[in-house]
Design a protein around this ligand. Structure first.
Ligand SMILES: Nc1ncnc2c1ncn2[C@@H]1O[C@H](COP(=O)(O)OP(=O)(O)OP(=O)(O)O)[C@@H](O)[C@H]1O
Ligand SMILES: [Mg+2]
Length: 263
């Protein structure tokens, strides 16, 4: 029996109130539940709490309450060591490409480092770096350059290659193209779509762009003030939004068809 690849149950998270010491904590996520099927794309849109949700799911910031199951494994039940072992299987691409890579390492070293931890022998690592850089479109001749020598778009491509080198099963994509030049955004999104099939991945795709997310994801969730106010099949949600906030998002979004008409 195979259940969902990711199951998130009643996740809540608070942070200490900025500037008001001892005055309690403010909630950022409230009772968030959803699941992602094997090979599926879950799209998350909304105003606030998206990155926190990504970090909480990965246990980079453990939740205050609620549970995360990866392939049925309850993350809260794992020791630090076991969690570290599981981590490569869930990779994340963060929204800021400039912070994705260690500035002190060449991109080849960055990629090798992760694979070393996985226990891959040196020869295999070298070959894998070459294959993956090639796949994302970074010339091999640039493998020994430092992150600062790359554009934001290229850094994001390296981050994607690095994530793939961990042989992940789930990728959490936190606005992977939002901070990139408009001219390279489509390339990155299309690459991610292709990689999904090639590497048998499941995606959680986070974005503020409902159009893009609706286009990519079979299932959508809408986060409003830290609560998942609506979720379901993308088609239904876009055609028949139930929550006022979702309705607002749908009304304010230009559909691809509208855009094409204007051309
Ligand atoms: N480590 C932290 N400590 C305290 N507050 C935090 C922390 N991380 C995030 N927050 C706060 O939590 C709220 C949600 O932030 P988050 O980054 O999750 O939103 P987001 O949906 O990703 O936003 P964006 O669309 O701008 O990326 C914000 O008010 C933010 O200031
Ligand atoms: Mg964010």
């Amino acid at each position: 029996m195979s259940g969902p690849i990711l199951l998130v149950q009643n996740l809540s998270k608070t942070f200490a109130g900025a500037g008001i010491p001892r005055r309690g904590r403010f909630p950022v996520l409230k009772d968030v539940s959803f699941s992602i099927e094997e090979g599926g794309v879950f799209g998350l849109v909304g105003d606030s709490g998206k990155t926190t949700l990504a970090r909480t799911i990965l246990y980079l910031d453990p939740p205050d309450s609620g549970e995360v199951f990866f392939r049925g494994i309850r993350l809260s039940s794992l020791s630090a060591g076991k969690l570290r072992k599981l981590r490569p299987r869930m990779q994340v691409i963060f929204q800021d490409p400039h912070r994705a890579l260690d500035p002190r390492l060449t991109i080849r070293q960055s990629m090798e480092e992760g694979m070393k931890n996985l226990g891959l022998p040196k020869k295999k690592r070298g070959a894998e770096v070459k294959t993956l850089l090639d796949r994302v479109g970074i010339p091999w001749s640039q493998a020994d350059l430092y992150p600062r020598e790359f554009s934001a778009g290229q850094k994001q491509l390296v981050a994607i290659a690095r994530a793939l080198s961990m042989r992940p099963e789930l990728l959490i994509l936190d606005e992977p193209a939002a901070n990139l030049d408009v001219s390279v955004q489509a390339g990155v999104i299309n690459l991610l779509l292709d990689l999904k099939g090639e590497y048998n991945l499941s995606y959680m795709f986070i974005s503020r762009d409902l159009d893009l997310t609706g286009y990519l994801a079979a299932t959508l969730g809408v986060l409003k003030d830290g609560r998942l106010v609506e979720s379901g099949p993308a088609e239904d949600l876009l055609a028949n939004p139930q929550h006022p906030y979702t309705r607002e998002l749908v009304e304010n979004s230009l559909t691809f068809m509208d855009l094409n008409k204007e051309e």
